[in-house]
Ligand binder design. Structure first.
Ligand code: ZN
Length: 106
């Protein structure tokens, strides 16, 4: 049976769901993966409006390399660049992140 994933935007202290992180930053992996892509991990700093607890969690992961950018969020993996036939709104440089329930430690 599937292991329940702890949501990164839910307070680990009292369980209150937080709209969005108060701060996000990127962690860039210095080593490319097997496809020659760089992995950028988007971290978020959350503060619970209910109990004031603060925590950090992985918001999303981005893999960039060549002409393609891959964003890993809670809805799966999204690709930008060469294969952008599905989402016309994703053209250009803007990458919209899914703020969600990723909780992947490496
Ligand atoms: Zn809380």
């Amino acid at each position: 049976m599937p292991k329940k994933q702890r949501e990164s935007d839910v307070c680990p202290n009292c369980g209150t769901k937080v709209d969005k992180p108060i701060k996000t930053w990127n962690l860039v992996s210095p080593l490319p993966d097997s496809y020659g892509r760089i992995t950028i991990t988007v971290m978020g700093s959350y503060e619970c409006p209910n109990c004031g607890h603060r925590w950090r969690a992985v918001v999303s992961k981005i893999r960039a390399g060549g002409s393609e950018v891959e964003v890993e969020g809670k809805k799966g993996v999204k690709k930008f660049g060469e294969s952008k036939n599905q989402d016309k709104q994703d053209e250009g440089e803007i990458i919209e992140l899914d703020l969600g329930d990723l909780d992947e430690e490496e």
